[in-house]
Every structure is written in C-alpha cells, then in structure tokens.
Design a protein around this ligand. Sequence first.
Ligand code: PBG
Length: 331
Amino acid sequence: MSSAPVPRLRPRRLRESPALRRLVSETRLDPADLVLPIFVREGVDEAVPIPSMPGVVQHSLESVKGAVTDAAAAGVGGVMLFGVPEVRDDVGSAATDPDGILNVATRVVADEVGDALVVQTDLCLDEFTDHGHCGVLDPLGRVDNDATLERYREMALVQAASGSQLLGLSGMMDGQVAAVRDALDGSGLTHTAILAYSAKYASAFYGPFRDAVESTLEGDRRTYQLDPGNRREGLREAIIDIDEGADIVMVKPAGSYLDVLSDVAAASDVPVWAYQVSGEYAMIEAAAMHGWIDRRRAVIESIRGIKRAGADAVLTYWATELARWIREGAE
Ligand code: PBG
C-alpha cells in the first residue's frame, strides 16, 4: 500500500500564527491612504440621512465640520467634497458661483481641517445642471465636450480660490485635464493639483450616489463614461490623462474593475487611486444588515483587495470608521 508523498513545499508554514501572518502580509491598510467622500447640501440646518446609503448623510454647513474633524482625528488622508444645490439650471451656474454650496463648503472645510488633511472637490457639472448631465448640452441635446471644457476651466479657478487643494475631474470630457491645467497655470495656480477620474465606467453602482446628490438625470452617461467591458480603453484613458498633466489618476468603480486598476498601476508613473463607489458601499451594508455577511471583515477585505490590485489610495465612504479600526490594530 503506497501512501501520499510528504509535501516538500508548505506555504501553510507562514500562516501558522497571527504574528507570522502579520509579518508576511503583502498589503497593509493605512489611514493616510483613505479619502472620505462627503456630501454637503444647501439650505438644511442639520444632516439628512441618505436612505440608500445607511450611515451616510447629506451634511449641513454646520454638521460637516464635525465630520471632517473626526476624519482628521482618525488620520484619514483627505476628503472629497460634493455639493447638493437648491437651484439647478442648464449650464450649472451654481458650480461657478463663489457662493454656490460646494464652494462655500470648501471654504468651511479648508478652514476647519485644511492643514490636517487634503481638501478635494468634485469638478463636474452633474450636481448643478437641471438635466443632470456632467456637461452642457448642444442644441440637439447632446453633451457638448468643448463647451463643457470652458465651464470646467471656470470651475477650477473658483474651487482653487475657495481652498480646494486637489481638483477631482470626474466628468469624462476629452481634454479636461489639459484644459483645467491650462486655466490654473494661466491664473498663477500652478500649485493646485489635478486628480483625474481617468477610467470612469458607465456603472450601475453609482445608483445610491444619484440619490445622495438628488440627481435629475434621465437616461445614462454612456456617451462619455466608459463601456464596462473595455479594459484596454481604461488604460488608454489613464495614459492620455497622465500625458495631459494629471498629478494622480483614478479608476472607478473599484471592485468590479480590479483588472483595469492593475493595468493602470503597472503603467503609471503618477499615483493611482480607486473609488469604491456608493453601490459597493450599499451592497455590503445591506448584506450586513440582513446578517448575511460579517460587516467589518467584508469592509476590510473589499478595501484590501482594491489596494492589492494596485491602488495607492482609496476613496471610500468607510474611510473614518476604517481608519479607526486600523488604529485599533484590527486589520
Ligand atoms: C460625478 C460623480 C459621480 C460619482 C462621483 N462623481 C456620479 C456619476 O458619474 O453618475 C459617483 C460616486 C459614487 O457612486 O459613490 N460628479
């Protein structure tokens, strides 16, 4: 009777104890690599819960102060601000109004925590247009790329003047990085950095976000956001943005696009970030509420996977909570 050969190679050896596993871990989570997206709504006195994102709120100009102070205290690396205006129009006027909600919120947040973390702003028109698209429309109702670039240039100057240190270009217009860089440099704002949402896919996982910003969009964004099936094109977009002067490039959503993230990380000579979007958040929260999943372990695993695929930093709605867990040593 022959017995099975004794294994010569035993990878299990390094999994023997928690201390050993910790020592050989390839991917570590650090609060400094986390960015918290934050919604600020015009005309409210207190925070308003977002039903499709349990635990996330639309902040008032007052309540946002506590949220960013908490994030800074937990060691979070940055916050990304989104505005929810009371009034919208066809060109998104509130976006370039220094007294528009996003710009006011930016001043408040920069004042509160501008030295402790990086204050970032969403540079896109969708929250401000009455039709809900990320740009202005031409007479036929199509999103007009080059006319939109003019609006983005104006937005960049107002956001930088309001105290944004890193502009998040999320509109997916061709040439947006070059246009914004040119506008900033032309106004002496050479130090204001650009985060390009380079490979942003037309995703169903933005669903809860559209509730969060009370989006008026009818239809979809498929004429400007990437087709979910296209991997090579995601890399191409990132390379174009780096060429146009992006300081950081991003892949979004994160969890369903880890291959694109890995490709971009391998090719990029600037930092690569990923955005774990609202739908990714909502799915784990919903499953956890049913008791179908261990919330904390699922959150940590989802973000660890994104980092393992190549993200240097991750935008996640769990940023502050996760930062606290990491500090407690609970990785
Ligand atoms: C556009 C923008 C979107 C998100 C971030 N920036 C929405 C969209 O493209 O429809 C989605 C973020 C999320 O789902 O968490 N301003």
